[in-house]
Design a protein around this ligand. Structure first.
Ligand SMILES: *Cc1c(COP(=O)(O)O)cnc(C)c1O
Length: 390
């Protein structure tokens, strides 16, 4: 990868050291221009008219995301966030009293709140799979938790609060063997890690545009397998996802667009297409290797500082690097980094409560790196941390 050239097309790298790619990545000039250009045409010629003119380009959304996931374009829906995608899938499942939802210990707050809401609304029960010795979802334990009551396996691929990668494919094999629905939150993995829905064997996969895919804010997508599309009716049907074909009837679409609604931010969609196209062009394997290399280097440099404890778990680690200090709180560190034009964030207990409580962590400092980050940036970061601990 020509990192220098890739940085040259990312204007933000001249302003900040951006270690908040798990929050929102810096977009490229091309992605910015694509959106601005589209917005300008909408303003000059009309929203519907511009959409008609760019119909082919807009449809590239489905082929590009499908390519990224080894899915088919008919299995992809555009949404405004990962949460919207995930909730549309989740709340479309016909939960019955007594059904069990089996989920991971690194569940994202929004997903777990939905699990709890399902308990209140449908009388379901939430079962948390314990972590194995490495901190990953324990697949052997999962096998013992499956019963006739298990309705859904709901898993976070990469948690928001640390370097862990959960074994999505091994979990998929268990789900498929027992014919249980499998919903995968790939919010942090899309764009930094290879995702093959055929190999994973999930029924649904949700993600956002702004994180490792380097798309604009306010974008996301849902993958729904052809198999599940036949048997599920979304909660969000409207005149786009269904046709009102007689006064007393409607017919829903048979593709994943039935999880969309009519109105959407098309300029943002155009931006996301541009971003995903670039990821597909570079190749996700190359990106994954580079992210791993940069993240490993960061973890190495951090572990040389005696006041710092790297808090990442799992055998396979992502570009999300988290740590704590024996001298400063994560918030104090974040403030100091920010004064020095380094972007980081501080995930807290309530974002991933099961895992944070188990590890007795209130908050961590999260420095999430992407392929366009450099060792020089990490050296600057590491010397700043040393300086503040001196
Ligand atoms: C960020 C995140 C989400 C939510 O994504 P939105 O686009 O903000 O809805 C869901 N799951 C995980 C693991 C995340 O990190």
């Amino acid at each position: 990868m020509d990192i220098k050239a890739l940085r040259n097309e990312t204007p933000g790298v001249n302003e900040v050291i951006h270690f908040n790619n798990a929050g929102a990545s810096l977009i490229t000039q091309k992605t910015l221009d694509a959106q601005l250009g589209y917005l300008k045409e909408e303003a000059l010629f009309g929203g519907y008219e511009t959409a008609a003119k760019y119909e082919k380009r807009i449809n590239a959304f489905y082929t590009e995301i499908a390519k990224l996931l080894n899915a088919e374009p008919e299995e992809i829906a555009y949404t405004e966030s990962a949460t919207v995608a995930w909730e549309r899938a989740f709340f479309s499942i016909d939960f019955k009293p007594g059904d069990e939802i089996v989920c991971d210990h690194t569940s994202y707050a929004s997903n777990y709140i939905a699990h709890l809401q399902a308990e209140q609304r449908y009388g379901t029960k939430t079962v948390v799979i314990p972590a194995n010795h490495f901190g990953e979802v324990d697949v052997e334990a999962l096998k013992t938790l499956i019963s006739a009551k298990t309705k859904l396996i709901s898993i976070t691929h990469m948690p928001t609060n640390g370097g862990l990668v959960n074994p999505a494919e091994a979990i998929g094999r268990v789900a498929n063997e027992h014919h249980i629905l499998y919903l995968l939150d790939a919010c942090q993995s899309a764009g930094q890690y290879p995702l093959d829905v055929r190999k994973i064997g999930c029924d649904f996969l949700s993600s956002t545009g702004r994180k490792y895919l380097r798309g604009p804010r306010g974008t996301g997508f849902l993958y729904a397998s052809k198999k599940i599309l036949k048997s599920i009716t979304p909660i969000n049907l409207d005149l786009h996802s269904a046709e009102w074909n007689s006064i007393n009837s409607f017919k829903q679409l048979d593709n994943a667009k039935k999880f969309e609604t009519w109105e959407s931010n098309i300029a943002a969609k155009i931006g996301l297409i541009t971003a995903v196209q670039q990821i597909n062009e570079i190749g996700i394997d190359k990106i994954c290797n580079r992210v791993t290399e940069v993240a490993d280097y960061l973890r190495d440099e951090l572990s040389k500082i005696k006041e710092i404890t790297v808090q990442d778990i799992g055998r396979v680690k992502s570009g999300i690097v988290t740590f704590t200090s024996s001298k400063f709180t994560p918030l104090e560190m974040k403030k100091f980094f920010s004064e020095n034009k380094i972007n980081t964030v501080t995930p807290t207990l309530s974002g991933t409560r099961i895992d944070m409580e188990a590890r007795k962590l209130d908050a961590v400092l999260r420095s999430s790196v992407h392929y366009y980050n450099t060792k020089e940036e990490i050296d600057t970061f590491a010397s700043l941390i040393k300086q503040m601990h001196r």
